[in-house]
Ligand binder design. Structure first.
Ligand SMILES: Cc1ncc(COP(=O)(O)O)c(C=O)c1O
Ligand SMILES: N[C@@H](CCOP(=O)(O)O)C(=O)O
Length: 568
C-alpha cells in the first residue's frame, strides 16, 4: 500500500497523490525492522513508552529489541505488523488515551462505559442470511464472517432477531426509546444511526463504533417549491446530503467501518477496506477509515466524478486509483481484488451498509411524530438505498411503531435506467445497460448490484419507477434552487419523478410526499455554473440566472438596477 498515483478529473486538473504509508500510528517512513514495540505478555498492556509516542518506539532510540525484551520482565518484542494490527484496535493501549482524566466533556466513550457498567449483555442479535424472500433456508452466517454472497451466489441480508425486539417492548416502547436519544451527545446515540443501535448492529461493542454522529439530517417543508412548481401543500425534503461527507453514504459507512474495526480487533487479518465509486461512497469510506486509522482503497472511474468528490478521499489519505473505465468496470475490478486480497468490500453489495442507510427511513417517521407519509421518492443507481428505505419502514411497521408503509418511488436518470426498463416490462426481464453520461453522475450505473433487492422492495409496497432526462434534471434543479434549495442532480432526478407523477395525477396535491435528497449540491457545482451560463451543449437553460458584468460606477449600477428591478 505504498506508492503514488496521479488522478485527473474532467475539468483538466491533475492531482498527484502520495498514497498513505503504514497509516495508523504515524509509522509513515519507517520500515518494519526499524520499529519495535514492547508489551507485557501477561497483561497485553504496553510496557515501554518512548517520548511522545506510546507503545511504538524507534529501534534506533532503544537498545535492540532482544535487549529490551530481556530487560523488561515479561516483555516481548513484536513486529510492525503486530503493532499495526494492535494500533487499529480502539481498545488498544497504543491507540487510546493513556488514562482519561475527565469523563464528562472529556471522553464520551468512557462516560458511556461507566454508565453501562454492570448492565446486562444485549439479548438482541443479527446474522447474515441469503437474500431470498419467502425461501426457507438454514444457511446463515455470523456478522463477524467476511462474506458477501450466499452459497448460490445470492446477495445477503442482515436478519435481526425480530422476536427478541418484539419481546423488549411494543411500538410505543421503541418510539420512546428512539425519541429519548435525539439531540444528545451520549456515545454512541448522538448519531442518528447508532441511536437505533438495537436495530442496526445490536451486538457490536460501543468501543468499536466509528462515528462522527452522522444522521439526524433535516426534513424540511419545501413550501414555496411545493406550491409554485408542484402544486402541492405537503411536500418535504429529507436532506441526507447535509452530512459529514455530503451524502447519505455516511449512514451506511459508519456501520461498515465500525464492523471492520471490530473484526480487526478480533484479529481478522484485514489489510484495509476498498470500494468502487461514483464519488460519494469513496468519500464516506475514506473519511470513516481515516477517523479509525484503517487504510482505505478507492477505485474511481477517471473523469467521471466531480472535483469536490475527487478531492475528498485524497484529503482523507486514501489510496486513490483512477481507472479508464466506468463505475460498472470499477465494480467488477474491486470484486476481483477483494476476493484475492484481504481487503474488505465496502460497496452496498455488502449488506451491512444498508443497516445504516435504513435509519433514514426510521428518522423520517420519527420527524413526522411517527406519522407515515404517503410517498417517499428516492433516486436510484446501484439500488441499495431503495431497499434500505423499504427495510427501515418495514421494521417500523413490523415492530408496531407505525401501522402502514409509504409507497416508494425509485427515480433513475434516463441515461442510466435499467430498473426503469425492467419496471416498464412488468418486471419480466432485467437487462443491464451501458450507462451513458448524466449530470447525475453518481447514478451513472448500468448494472446495479442490488437489482433483486430493489425489485423486491418496490413490488412489496406498490412502488413505482420513473426516469428523468438531462434537460428535465437541469431545469428542475434550477427551479428548486430558485426556491432556496441548492440541489444535487440526483435530487433533481427524484424531483422530476415527482413532477411526472403529479402531472399524471398519481400523487395528489395534498399527499404527504418526501423527496430524498441524497447529496449536497455543493459537490456538483460545475453543471450548475454551466447551466446558468447557458454553456451546456444540447441543454436549453430556461431558468438561467447569469451574473451581470457591470462597470464599477454608480451610474452603470443604477442603470442595471432600474432595468432589473423595473424601477423608473
Ligand atoms: C448522490 C447519490 N444519490 C443516489 C445514489 C443512488 O443510491 P443507490 O446506489 O443506493 O441506488 C447514489 C449512489 O449510487 C449517490 O451517490
Ligand atoms: N453512488 C455510489 C455508487 C456505488 O454505490 P454503493 O452504494 O454500492 O457503494 C458512489 O458514490 O460510489
Amino acid at each position: 500500500m505504498v506508492g503514488a498515483v496521479a488522478v485527473s478529473n474532467g475539468l483538466g486538473f491533475a492531482l498527484g497523490v502520495a498514497a498513505p504509508q503504514g497509516r495508523g500510528e504515524g509509522l509513515a517512513s519507517h520500515s518494519a525492522s526499524q520499529l519495535v514495540s514492547v508489551r507485557r505478555k501477561e497483561s497485553g498492556k504496553l510496557a515501554v513508552v518512548s517520548s511522545g509516542r506510546r507503545g511504538v518506539v524507534r529501534a534506533d532510540a532503544l537498545p535492540s529489541s532482544q535487549e529490551v525484551a530481556e530487560s523488561v520482565p515479561g516483555a516481548t518484542a513484536v513486529t510492525l505488523e503486530e503493532v499495526a494490527t494492535d494500533s487499529a484496535k480502539p481498545n488498544s493501549p497504543s491507540n487510546g488515551p493513556i488514562a482519561p482524566k475527565k469523563s464528562r466533556n472529556g471522553d464520551i466513550r468512557e462516560e458511556a462505559r461507566r454508565q453501562c457498567a454492570g448492565s446486562e449483555p444485549t439479548t438482541f442479535s443479527a446474522k447474515y442470511v441469503p437474500f431470498a424472500p419467502g425461501v426457507e433456508t438454514d444457511e446463515e452466517y455470523s456478522l463477524d464472517e467476511v462474506i458477501y454472497r450466499s452459497k448460490t451466489g445470492a446477495l445477503l441480508d442482515v436478519k435481526h432477531d425480530m422476536e427478541a425486539l418484539k419481546k423488549a417492548g411494543d411500538g410505543a416502547y421503541w418510539r420512546k426509546l428512539f425519541d429519548s436519544r435525539v439531540g444528545k451527545t451520549t456515545w454512541p446515540y448522538g448519531s442518528g444511526v447508532w441511536s437505533k443501535k438495537e436495530w442496526v448492529l445490536p451486538e457490536i461493542d460501543d468501543d468499536d463504533i466509528v462515528s462522527v454522529f452522522e444522521g439526524n439530517s433535516n426534513l424540511f417543508w419545501a413550501e414555496r417549491f411545493g406550491k409554485e412548481v408542484m402544486d402541492m401543500t405537503d411536500l418535504w425534503v429529507k436532506h441526507c446530503g447535509i452530512s459529514h461527507t455530503g451524502s447519505f453514504k455516511d449512514l451506511g459507512m459508519t456501520v461498515l467501518v465500525s464492523q471492520v474495526n471490530r473484526l480487526r480487533r478480533l484479529g481478522k487479518p484485514l489489510l484495509g477496506v476498498g470500494c468502487a465509486s461514483t464519488g460519494d461512497t469513496s468519500a464516506a469510506l475514506s473519511a470513516y477509515c481515516a477517523a479509525a486509522g484503517i487504510p482505505a482503497i478507492v477505485f474511481l472511474p477517471a473523469n467521471k466524478i466531480s472535483i469536490a468528490q475527487l478531492v475528498q478521499p485524497i484529503a482523507n489519505g486514501a489510496l486513490v486509483l483512477s481507472m479508464d473505465t466506468d463505475f460498472d468496470g470499477c465494480m467488477r475490478l474491486i470484486r476481483e481484488v477483494t476476493s484475492e486480497l484481504p481487503i474488505y468490500l465496502a460497496n452496498s453489495l455488502n449488506s451491512l451498509r444498508l443497516e445504516g442507510q435504513k435509519t433514514a427511513a426510521i428518522e423520517i417517521l420519527q420527524q413526522f411524530d411517527w406519522e407515515v407519509p404517503d410517498w417517499v421518492i428516492v433516486p436510484g443507481g446501484n439500488l441499495g438505498n431503495i431497499y434500505a428505505f423499504y427495510k427501515g419502514f418495514y421494521m417500523c411497521k413490523e415492530l408496531g411503531l407505525v401501522d402502514r408503509m409509504p409507497r416508494l418511488v425509485c427515480a433513475q436518470a434516463a441515461n442510466a435506467n435499467p430498473l426503469y426498463r425492467a419496471y416498464k416490462d412488468g418486471w419480466d426481464t432485467f437487462k443491464p445497460v451501458k450507462a451513458l453520461p448524466t449530470f447525475a453522475s453518481a447514478i451513472q450505473i448500468g448494472d446495479p448490484v442490488s437489482i433483486d433487492r430493489a425489485i423486491y422492495a418496490l413490488t412489496q409496497c406498490d412502488g413505482i419507477v420513473e426516469e428523468a432526462t438531462e434537460q428535465e434534471i437541469m431545469d428542475i434543479c434550477a427551479q428548486a434552487d430558485k426556491s432556496g434549495m441548492f440541489t444535487c442532480p440526483h435530487t433533481g432526478v427524484a424531483m422530476v419523478a415527482l413532477q411526472k407523477l403529479r402531472e399524471r395525477g398519481v400523487i395528489g396535491s395534498n399527499d404527504r410526499t418526501v423527496v430524498v435528497s441524497t447529496a449536497h449540491g455543493l459537490k456538483f457545482t460545475q453543471s450548475k455554473v454551466e447551466y446558468h451560463s447557458s454553456e451546456l451543449p444540447d441543454i436549453t437553460s430556461k431558468f438561467a440566472n447569469p451574473p451581470i458584468s457591470v462597470a464599477d460606477d454608480f451610474g452603470s449600477i443604477m442603470e442595471v438596477l432600474r432595468q432589473k428591478l423595473s424601477l423608473r
